[in-house]
Design a protein. Structure first.
Length: 247
């Protein structure tokens, strides 16, 4: 049986916080002892806060391209300039929507830059994704004594689907992607395309407990998942450009 155990006593994470210590304290408060096979899912937001990935919009000077995209999308030109600095490519820009390929390869709105639930008193700050989410997950995994795997999650929209779901942008201590190609189904037919996005599935499951608004639950432990295969980072989930069928 799979269990989702939310961590509710974390509080506001500040720049420079020892996030591993914060999470351990929350686990202890909830009387949860992580064991092998458990996965601790942590929202990108508290990872970015601890790593001080804040940007001060009042200090951003938008360039010509940012100004043009801001007019097209109706977004703050300073925010658009930040999005461009965090992106390798702009894929779509229409009123109220700016879709880019973030530096790590994630296709997402606004390069993952967020201004909600960041604890800013001035409203002039924005929060960027971690510099390297897989490296952040690895550091947490090691700091937690490798007692449980770690997934860093963020909420993504999906092509041709309304709404957002949580996906894995950082993974350590488990396979993010399980390749079942070559296995046999129940009828003995060989699987040709089946790959399991285990990191994304676990992140989405945790999202049921963590929520997307003012719930204040930035982490959850998933227990009861079984997997086999070598560890792989979240970057393994990003489809290479040469396999992009929609370009």
């Amino acid at each position: 049986m799979i269990e989702i155990l939310p961590l509710t006593d974390i509080g506001e994470v500040l720049p420079g916080s020892d996030l591993a210590a914060v999470l351990i304290a929350a686990l202890n408060e909830a009387r949860i002892e992580p064991t092998a096979g458990d996965v601790l899912v942590v929202t990108q937001k508290i990872v970015s806060k601890a790593e001080n990935r804040f940007a001060d919009l009042s200090a951003v000077v938008p360039g010509e391209r940012a100004v043009a995209l801001a007019k097209q999308t109706g977004k703050d030109p300073r925010l658009v300039e930040l999005v461009l600095s965090e992106s390798s490519e702009v894929l779509r820009s229409v009123p109220n929507v700016l879709i880019t390929r973030q530096r790590a390869g994630h296709v997402m709105a606004n390069a993952g830059i967020d201004r909600s639930n960041i604890g800013s008193a001035t409203g002039e700050q924005a929060l960027l994704l971690p510099e390297d989410s897989d490296a952040s997950a690895e550091r947490l995994w090691v700091s937690l004594g490798k007692r449980c795997a770690v997934v860093i999650s963020d909420s993504f929209g999906r092509p041709w689907r309304h709404g957002v779901v949580n996906v894995a942008i950082g993974v350590a201590g488990m396979p993010s992607l399980i390749d079942r190609r070559g296995d046999l189904d129940r009828d003995g037919r060989r699987l040709e395309v089946t790959q399991i996005a285990l990191g994304d599935m676990i992140a989405t499951a945790a999202g049921l407990a963590m929520g997307e608004g003012a719930e204040g639950v930035p982490a959850a432990l998933i227990r009861g998942v079984r997997w086999s295969g070598p560890n792989s980072p979240a970057s393994a989930l990003v489809r290479p450009l040469e396999e992009d069928l929609f370009r």
